[in-house]
Design a protein around this ligand. Structure first.
Ligand SMILES: Cc1ncc(COP(=O)(O)O)c(C=O)c1O
Length: 569
């Protein structure tokens, strides 16, 4: 054992030495911690700021910007766990009101409902009568040409008879079995190749015939995604587009796992793509331009879009679904036609609908692709299933012979000069309506109004939606009411072009009426439903409501509809 010598100076100095050691240790620890903490802080602060800018600020913006106080409160409540159920309960009466509106609208005059096959055949005369009744009830209001974009076909009986004749001849045909349906395949090729020339495609351009504008857009998006993966190794592709682009773009993104980057247009005018820059990154596969867009009829600055696409080495889709079959005859009609087709460098895909201004039957559109290797990315071949080997370049079924034959008949019976004549007339009437709106003290043109075929207007002293509703109430006009912002558009087409003088007269009268009695209108059931988006700006609430619309289209009774309504909660 050791003896302790308490006289030893080491023991005597112990307290001082201990304190000195302790102080030095504390200082070292402090220094160590403060260094670490400051380093940690240096890392944490940017991460924190990044999260705030990336998630918190956009979320706050989403909740607050452009929303009413009620929507803001509802949105905040929905974010609190458990409270979203309360929101549902609060909104139940609103849903119910809208559901009633839907029932009123859809089930009104619904007669002779078939929910199962009849046991015996329905006699031919009875069947024909029923078909005529359904057709007449549907056309009762709008065969008079007092509409916008609901019907694109021509009112020319002889022209329609040619289409009907062709459709009847090929009602059973399709493009599947080329051995049997070679003629349909030829018509398919004629329509595709003519469209390719009309949009100034070159030898490296291909045209796929699809079932409509949406499928043409979906084909383009799929091609961009597949090429992005193949050539640039992109696993998380995104596309950048304005909020004026058609809903088929976000829809395609939804189906194909593409990130939709929607940019809000500031003034909804003749749009430059400059605001896209912060949204484009190494995963961007394409940008989108409209020529023209559905809501306001604006044709985007396709030249500038093309330059941007080339600069970033990405695709550019120009959506010509609505305007295309007017635009491609535009050079014959106006001196300063906006670029919209493959003549603009950088354009890689175009959608253009023959079932709109091409005057063919519903169910046909063109998806034009350049270069062909982009089209190659879409080709799908199946060789190992138990049926026959087959190949496909689009999503839908093999093309219907009737629709192809009808489209073929429409295009080739009109010919180039036939289309030019129609577009000239349509454009003249469009300009006439535009001039009237422009000179009216209570109305104003909205957006660039640079398309050949659409007039979009807002009100100065009047609510344009009220004007539209009153036009419907008094004169049966059915215009298109748009939501962001509340403006109204009129598409001038072959089926209403003769009615533009009447439109100007009716619009003038109704605008005066609305100015004098600003609150004197009652929304129809249909309007209540679609106008609902003016009051319910929260997308998820509106989304739920739209699901009811989808379900209700198959409902034959109010009880059926109620089932769908109840599943919402
Ligand atoms: C500009 C635009 N793009 C695409 C589409 C989609 O076309 P579809 O209804 O044939 O699918 C439309 C339809 O109105 C449109 O106006």
């Amino acid at each position: 054992m050791w003896d302790l010598d308490i006289n030893n100076t080491a023991y005597q100095e112990f307290p001082e030495r201990f304190i000195a050691h302790y102080t030095s240790l504390a200082e070292t620890t402090d220094k160590f911690l403060s260094e670490r903490v400051s380093k940690l802080t240096l890392i944490l602060i940017p991460v924190f700021l990044f999260l705030v800018f990336k998630y918190v600020i956009p979320k706050i913006k989403e909740i607050v910007v452009g929303n009413s106080i009620i929507t803001i409160v509802l949105n905040i409540l929905k974010m609190i766990p458990g409270l979203h159920i309360l929101v549902r309960i609060l909104l139940k009466s609103k849903y119910k009101e809208l559901y009633e509106a839907m029932a009123g609208f859809l089930l009104e005059k619904r007669e002779n409902v078939f929910e199962v096959l009849p046991d015996r055949p329905i006699a031919i005369e009875k069947l024909k009568k029923r078909i005529d009744e359904i057709q007449e009830s549907q056309y009762e209001k709008y065969a008079n040409g007092l509409h916008s974009g609901s019907i694109y076909g021509s009112e020319d009986k002889k022209f329609n008879q040619r289409i009907e004749h062709a459709m009847e001849k090929f009602s059973n045909a399709n493009t599947f079995d080329l051995d049997i349906h070679k003629g349909v395949a030829h018509m398919n090729a004629d329509v595709a190749n003519s469209a390719k020339k009309l949009f100034n495609g070159d030898d490296d351009t291909h045209c796929i015939i699809t079932t409509g504008g949406t499928e043409s857009i979906l084909c383009s998006l799929a091609a961009y995604k597949l090429m992005g993966k193949k050539e640039r190794g992109i696993n998380k592709p995104n596309i950048v587009f304005y909020d004026t682009a058609h809903a088929a773009f976000p829809k395609g993104c939804f189906f194909f796992g593409i990130e939709p980057r929607m940019v809000k247009t500031k003034d909804k005018s003749y749009t430059s793509p400059e605001p896209f820059r912060p949204y484009i990154d190494s995963n961007t596969v394409a940008i989108i331009a409209s020529g023209c867009n559905y809501a306001h009829g604006g044709i985007d600055d396709v030249t500038a879009f093309g330059k941007m696409a080339l600069e970033y080495g990405i695709g550019l889709h120009v959506d010509n679904c609505l305007g295309g079959f007017c635009n491609c005859f535009g050079d014959e009609i106006v001196d300063d036609m906006f670029p919209f087709d493959f003549r603009t460098p950088g354009v890689t895909t175009i959608s253009a609908d023959t079932h709109k201004y091409g005057y063919g039957p519903k169910g046909n559109s063109c998806c034009l692709i350049r270069p062909k290797k982009l089209f190659d990315a879409l080709k799908y071949t199946s060789i190992d299933h138990s049926g026959v080997p087959f190949t496909m370049d689009h999503f839908g079924d093999f093309r219907s012979g009737a629709i192809l034959a009808g489209t073929w008949a429409a295009m080739f019976s009109l010919g180039y000069s036939g289309y030019v004549e129609k577009v000239r007339k349509i454009h003249e009437e469009t300009l006439k309506v535009r001039k009237f709106v422009d000179q009216h003290p209570d109305l104003k043109l909205y957006g660039p109004n640079n398309s050949l075929n659409m007039v979009c207007f807002d009100g100065i002293n009047v609510n344009p939606i009220k004007v539209s509703l009153k036009l419907k109430e008094l004169y049966d006009w059915k215009l298109s009411e748009c939501q962001y912002p509340c403006v109204v558009h009129l598409l001038v087409s072959d089926s209403n072009v003769e009615k533009m003088d009447k439109f100007i007269k009716d619009l003038s009268e109704v605008t005066d009426l609305i100015r004098q009695e600003p609150d004197g209108y009652k929304a129809s059931d249909y309007q209540k439903l679609y106008g609902a988006s003016q009051q319910i700006t929260d997308a998820s609430i509106m989304g739920d409501l739209l699901y009811v619309v989808l379900d209700s289209c198959y409902s034959t009774t109010k009880d059926d509809l109620m089932v769908s309504f109840n599943t919402l909660h």
